[in-house]
Each structure stands twice: as structure tokens, then as C-alpha cells.
Design a protein around this ligand. Structure first.
Ligand SMILES: [Cu+2]
Length: 90
């Protein structure tokens, strides 16, 4: 069994190494395959998805919810709050 997660913010080999070393020690994980070009992380074994997500977020990346099996559409992104305009200028 494997779990495929969409991870945002990965940009170089350092990111790949950070995520790999964060996820690899988790219980149930037998292998971690980071696809930088696709922005995905495949975790082999029987990992706890919540723990994997937490580990990836812990090292500074955003994890999109995994798509339900057979679903074609990705879940909507969380809307970020816009900063207020008209900040005081001297
Ligand atoms: Cu990087």
C-alpha cells in the first residue's frame, strides 16, 4: 500500500531531503519517494497519513488533502485571508 500526497512549497533537492528525512522514521513507512517536478510525495508502507502530514508540515511545507480514491478533482484550496489595505503611511 502507498499514500500519495500533494505537497506545496518544494523547490529543490534540499526540500526533498528534508521531507524524506522527516517522513522516513515514522511508523509504518518503508519508503519515501518525493517527486519534485510533480509536487507529490509517495509514502510506501502502511503509514498514518495524519502523522505523515504533520511531519511534512513540521519541516515547513503545505500538504494538500489526499484525493479520495477514484476522484478526479482535487479538493479546493483553503482561501487565504487578504491583508487589509490602506496601511498607515507617514
Ligand atoms: Cu528546497
Amino acid at each position: 500500500m502507498s499514500v500519495l500526497l500533494e505537497v506545496h512549497g518544494m523547490s529543490c533537492a534540499h526540500c526533498v531531503a528534508s521531507i524524506t528525512s522527516a517522513v522516513s522514521p515514522l511508523p509504518g513507512v518503508t519508503a519515501v519517494d518525493v517527486a519534485l517536478a510533480d509536487g507529490t510525495v509517495r509514502v510506501e508502507g502502511s503509514p498514518d497519513v495524519a502523522a505523515v502530514t504533520a511531519a511534512i508540515e513540521d519541516v515547513g511545507y503545505d500538504v494538500a488533502a489526499p484525493p479520495p480514491e477514484g476522484a478526479a478533482a482535487l479538493p479546493p484550496e483553503g482561501a487565504a485571508a487578504l491583508p487589509p489595505e490602506g496601511a498607515a503611511a507617514p
